[in-house]
Write a protein that binds this ligand. Structure first.
Ligand SMILES: Cc1ncc(COP(=O)(O)O)c(C=O)c1O
Length: 373
């Protein structure tokens, strides 16, 4: 059997990711392949690292994109920094904190959890109290919790973490390039992100950065990292080896081209201007949704502009309305997860999906659907 020609209906991606990719990014993906050790590709890796350092606001040498999606960045950080028997303090207020907790247990490390209700931040006082009961190797937290729309303040928790002699690990999959992320100023020792959210590149790579302090832990391990592919001691010679780079794995060349172009677009726009655009367009969406009877899950001061978690107005059926948005209007929005299933939508305004047109289209479609409900 030969499948038909691939021709999916174009969609407007306004869910929790992936977001719409810029035509320049898609064109970059169609660039003819070169070898992954070709000097021209090594130059692409060097340029990508320099641009990532600028966007993450870090001078960390160990800054590169893992050849796999955000979960692989998460796993890379945790499994390289933890050895069996270590303690790890994980902050959980949504799906992705839970995923980190799961990985910690798979590392054979001792999990200490700090929990907050979904839709709320983790309070620094909770972390301070927990640090009084354990001596963790690291404290990990999600900056932009995609399951709830919470933007977690980081600085004070980072300070408490360092006072306790631990490493500070941050999930910036949804936050990077949509709200401010300052790796060096905020004392972040390890951070991972994803390409398919506010960077607006296709999914499939995970930009990460590790401080020299974190890399000292990685190179000083007593035990081998349990994953060969994600062992930073082995990856290092490929990603930061300069002209002497040696083969580790075959990099996803086309995704790397796409990421490079996406980073160029971020820097051309300007990081601050990009944050301002996300805030401004979020304001338009918020006003329109509130007029239609949607209610935000998260308090104003802790909202991510790029991920809007809203409770549905009475009378609007979750599955029917999302199906109509997709089938009749080609607009994708995200369903609620866990306790939010059936009650909450997650509306993304990430990168190239964060425009006034996207908001106007969605609001017009919702008005039509709600008038007919
Ligand atoms: C906050 C957060 N962390 C981690 C991930 C995992 O990333 P991926 O789905 O690219 O593996 C996601 C994906 O949605 C996320 O939103």
């Amino acid at each position: 059997m030969i499948a038909g020609e691939l021709n999916p209906t174009p969609r407007f991606l306004m869910g929790p990711g992936p977001s719409d990719a810029h035509p320049r990014v898609l064109r970059a993906m169609a660039t003819p392949l070169i070898g992954h050790l070709d000097p021209q590709f090594i130059e692409v890796m060097n340029e990508t690292r320099a641009m990532l350092q600028e966007i993450m606001r870090t001078e960390n040498e160990m800054t590169f994109a893992v050849s796999a999606p955000g979960s692989a960045g998460m796993e890379t950080c945790l499994i390289n920094l933890l050895e069996p028997g270590d303690e790890a303090l994980i902050c959980v207020n949504g799906v992705f904190g839970n995923r980190m907790a799961d990985i910690v247990e798979r590392c054979g490390a001792k999990l200490v959890r700090v929990d907050a209700p979904w839709g709320e931040i983790i309070e620094p006082a909770q972390v301070r109290a927990a640090l009084g009961t354990c001596r963790p190797r690291l404290v990990a937290i999600v900056h932009g919790e995609t399951s709830t729309g919470v933007c977690q303040p980081l600085e004070e928790i980072g300070r408490l973490t360092h006072e306790a002699g631990a490493l500070f690990l941050v999930d910036a999959v949804t936050s990077l390039a949509g709200v401010d992320v300052r790796v060096d100023d905020w004392g972040i020792d390890a951070l991972y992100s994803g390409t398919q959210k506010c960077l607006s590149a296709p999914p499939g790579m995970s930009p990460i950065t590790l401080s020299p302090r974190a890399m000292k832990v990685v190179t000083g391990r007593k035990t081998k990292v349990q994953s060969w592919f994600l062992d930073l001691n082995l990856v290092a010679s490929y990603v930061t080896g300069g002209a002497k780079r040696s083969y580790h794995h075959t990099a996803p060349i086309s995704n790397a081209f796409a990421l490079r172009e996406a980073l160029r677009l971020v820097l051309e726009e300007g990081i601050e201007a990009r944050f301002e655009r996300h805030r401004r367009i979020h304001g338009l969406l918020r006003d329109g949704l509130e007029e239609l009877g949607f209610e935000f899950v998260v308090k104003t001061e802790h909202r991510l502009p790029q991920l809007n978690a809203v409770r549905l107005p009475a009378g609007l059926d979750d599955a029917t309305a999302r199906r109509r948005l997709l089938e009749e209007f080609n607009i994708e929005v995200g369903a609620g997860l866990g306790d939010f299933a059936g009650k909450v939508w997650r509306i993304g305004l990430m990168g190239c999906s964060c425009t006034e047109n996207h908001v106007n289209m969605l609001l017009a479609a919702l008005r039509r659907i709600m008038a007919q409900a």
